[in-house]
Each structure stands twice: as structure tokens, then as C-alpha cells.
Design a protein around this ligand. Structure first.
Ligand code: SAM
Length: 215
């Protein structure tokens, strides 16, 4: 009886309100999400952790958790963020040196480290780290085999890439989001291009904005 009532309510809601309409809540394109899973599979026999840098409320982190849990993998997933939005000096750099507008660079201040950790508490392989990525010592979590770097701005992207390169295992992969010119977040694009050029790394672009480097 209870089930019939619930089904009737669901039917009413689906037919008469916008609540049943599916939405796409990911920041990354479908091709990027699929590339993450393909990469995890490709390097599943390598020793090392997975690291998402810039996690916001954790949509992509949660997506990765689902895969690691279903496959019963034992990798740790390090989730690095300030959990308070962008660093003041990174924003100032964008305004002074990259001609961006302060009002466009607002976001993610809703985040809360305590709440985030609570939301992921059931995944004991998730290791949240609250820090400015520019100051983080990646040696403390190395070896690293897969990185998803998504901090939008020039300075944290470039400094993270430079600090990560010594900690990547041979065969490891770094994926950078927002590798696309002429938009609010093209600091990541500039940093990625400078990094691959100065280190003579080969790279590929997947979809519209995902830069990938194989180590
Ligand atoms: C676009 S969001 C990440 C979205 C997430 N990867 C996803 O797919 O849902 C960018 C995140 O980078 C974080 N961030 C920006 N600058 C940072 C820094 N210097 N250190 C650590 N995190 C930073 C912000 O707090 C924000 O949560």
C-alpha cells in the first residue's frame, strides 16, 4: 500500500513540477569524466595515489569514488582544496596581470571543510586536505599516478604543475581542466601551455578544455 502511494506521489511530481527533470550537475564535460575512468583503468597496476586538486562540493570526487568502490580498488583519493574559494593573491594576480574583472572571479565560497568531510565520511579511502595548493608538499602523498587539476587560475595551476612533476610515477597522468583560451578561467590555459613548453612535454587536448600530460 505504502509503495502504491509513493508511486502515485512520484507520478504527480514528475508530471506537474520541474523536480523530476534530469540535470547535468558536473563541472567537467562527459568526455573528461570518461577519460578519468579510462585513465584509472589504464594505470590500475601502477603503484600510487589519485589526487583531485580543486574539488568544490565534490561532484567529480563523488563520481571517482563510485568507480573505485565498485571496482574494489585500494588507491587513496586525495582531495585538495582551500574549501573557502580562491586565494586573495591568486585573484589579485588575475586582475593585475591578466586583465580579469574581480566580479567575474567569485565562486565556491559556500564550501565548508567540516561538511565536505562529513559528506565523504563513508569512503575511507578519501583523504581530504585543506590547503592552498601553492604551499602543499606533494612529496607527503607521493607516489602519485593520476592528478585531476582544476583550480581555474594561473598561479595555483602553474605552481601545482611544477611541484607535481617530481612526484609523478613513470606512466602517471596529469589532467588539467579549463585548458581553453579566451574565457574567465584561461589562467589555467596559460599555465598549462607555459608548463608543457618549458618542460618540452607532449600533451593532448580531450574535448573542449581538458589538457592531458603523460609522464
Ligand atoms: C572549478 S572548482 C573545482 C570543481 C571540481 N573539480 C569538480 O569537477 O566538481 C575550483 C576549485 O578550486 C579551488 N581552488 C582555487 N584556488 C585554489 C588554491 N590556491 N588552492 C587550493 N584550492 C584552490 C576552489 O576553492 C574551488 O573549489
Amino acid at each position: 500500500m505504502k509503495k502504491i502511494i509513493i508511486e502515485t506521489i512520484k507520478k504527480f511530481i514528475f508530471n506537474n513540477t520541474p523536480f523530476g527533470a534530469p540535470s547535468y550537475s558536473y563541472n567537467l564535460e562527459p568526455i573528461q569524466l570518461s577519460e578519468i575512468i579510462v585513465s584509472i583503468e589504464k594505470i590500475k597496476d601502477l603503484k600510487g595515489s589519485i589526487c583531485e586538486i580543486g574539488v568544490a562540493r565534490g561532484m567529480t570526487s563523488r563520481f571517482i569514488c563510485e568507480h573505485l568502490e565498485i571496482q574494489n580498488y585500494e588507491e587513496k583519493l586525495y582531495c585538495i582544496d582551500t574549501f573557502t574559494s580562491f586565494e586573495k593573491e591568486d585573484i589579485e594576480f588575475e586582475i593585475k596581470n591578466r586583465k580579469k574583472n574581480k566580479k567575474d572571479l567569485i565562486g565556491f565560497s559556500y564550501n565548508n571543510f567540516k561538511k565536505w568531510k562529513k559528506n565523504f565520511a563513508k569512503f575511507d579511502f578519501v583523504k581530504p586536505i585543506k590547503t592552498d595548493v601553492k604551499k602543499f608538499d606533494f612529496k607527503s602523498i607521493s607516489p602519485i599516478k593520476l592528478v585531476i587539476l582544476d583550480v581555474d587560475l594561473y598561479k595555483p595551476t602553474l605552481i601545482a604543475l611544477n611541484n607535481l612533476k617530481e612526484c609523478m610515477v613513470s606512466g602517471g597522468i596529469i589532467m588539467v581542466d579549463d585548458v581553453k583560451d579566451n574565457n574567465m578561467w584561461d589562467g589555467a590555459y596559460q599555465a598549462f601551455n607555459e608548463f608543457v613548453k618549458s618542460n618540452s612535454y607532449e600533451y593532448k587536448i580531450v574535448g573542449n578544455k581538458c589538457g592531458i600530460i603523460n609522464f
